[in-house]
Ligand binder design. Structure first.
Ligand code: TXA
Ligand code: MG
Length: 317
């Protein structure tokens, strides 16, 4: 993390208080944060992102205590928050009838997505503002999630009142989203916590809800994480007119970036979005046909990496 001026947290909290937008670093990706209890502030998020209004947002809390003011925890939900908060796990839980959250946050659903981020700057701002922050990834809708403050600047620029620069995000992938309904848990989105680790806590296999074709998590559109360049998956080797997203030992290539030379999935996750952006720019600069991506093992964080790659490769209009 970069050196940080504590006064800027006061400035950021004042912006939140008056309904403005602050881009914040979290351990996963940068978030575009606003007061989750203020309808106008939440509406500004959708406006800045150019995001369809029916797409619900994650609220970011300091911890379970703050979350319990807005959503109901079943014993299973409590077990999961105990095990993984603060951290890259989002729980979708029933909204409390007395919740003061903006109704826009969950876009009409009876449930709310909530997580406690594990990042000192995000935590400091939530505590200073003393309220939950609604925050989607801080990029224009449909583009790649930002893992540095510079990515946020490029994508949103003047649409944000303040960008807090916390350096590169250590996890680099969005949170894992699990919907908990009583004693029943389903995986809505693979992410920063590997499924195996969640199953170790729940003691049962986690069912996957294919959310791309469900109205319930409309943000999981097939082509949600798209670079401009065409992406070819599971490539053994790149063609001469392709850029190459390598993993592990890889053939030499003039336009190659490696997710992890050591074949480490955590390192690969942290590099994924920044490498996709960089190769996208290289394709444009050199007039290449697209990006060839090496295959990544489907275990641990590999599940989330493959999910994002599949979305980035999906046909779009
Ligand atoms: O790591 C992350 O989760 C980042 C950082 C900033 O916290 N945030 C993030 O937010 O990825 P966003 O808005 O890009 O994605 C949130 C996802 C969307 O796919 C949305 O549809 C889903 O969460 N979601 C939100 N509320 C939901 C709900 N009540 N039920 C089901 N899905 C929900
Ligand atoms: Mg997003």
């Amino acid at each position: 993390m970069k050196e940080f001026d504590p006064n800027i947290i006061d400035e950021a909290a004042a912006i939140i208080d008056r309904g403005g937008l602050v881009a914040i670093p979290t351990e996963t990706v940068y978030g575009l944060a606003a007061d989750a209890t203020n309808d106008k502030a939440v509406a500004r998020i959708y406006e800045a992102k150019g995001r369809p209004q029916f797409n619900p947002l994650i609220i970011h809390v300091a911890g379970p205590e703050m979350a319990q003011r807005y959503v109901s925890f079943s014993p299973l939900a409590e077990k999961l928050s105990d095990a993984f908060w603060p951290g890259p796990l989002t729980l979708v839980l029933p909204r409390r009838p007395d919740s003061t959250l903006s109704l826009l946050v969950s876009a009409g659903l009876e449930t709310v997505a909530v997580r406690a981020p594990n990042h000192p700057i995000a935590q400091a701002l939530i505590r200073k503002a003393d309220r939950p922050l609604a925050a989607p990834s801080a990029n224009r809708s449909g583009s790649i999630s930002p893992t540095t403050a510079q990515h946020v600047r490029e994508s949103l620029g003047a649409r944000v009142d303040l960008i807090l620069d916390g350096g590169p995000c250590p996890v680099g992938l969005e949170s894992t989203i699990v919907k908990v309904d009583g004693d029943h848990a389903v995986l809505l989105r693979p992410g920063g916590v590997a499924r195996e680790n969640i199953e170790r806590v729940t003691g049962a296999p986690l069912k996957i809800q294919k959310s791309s074709d469900r109205p319930e998590a409309p943000g999981m559109l097939a082509s949600h994480y798209a670079p401009n360049a065409k992406l070819r998956l599971n490539a053994d080797a790149p063609a001469s007119n392709e850029a190459f997203l390598a993993f592990g030992t890889a053939p030499a290539h003039p336009h190659r970036l490696n997710l992890s030379e050591a074949g480490d999935l955590t390192e690969a996750a942290a590099n994924l979005f920044a490498h996709l952006r960089a190769l996208d720019a290289i394709c444009a600069e050199y007039g290449l046909k697209g990006i060839a991506a090496a295959s990544v093992p489907h275990e641990g964080l590999g599940e989330a990496i493959n999910d994002r790659l599949a979305r980035a490769a999906a046909p779009r209009n």
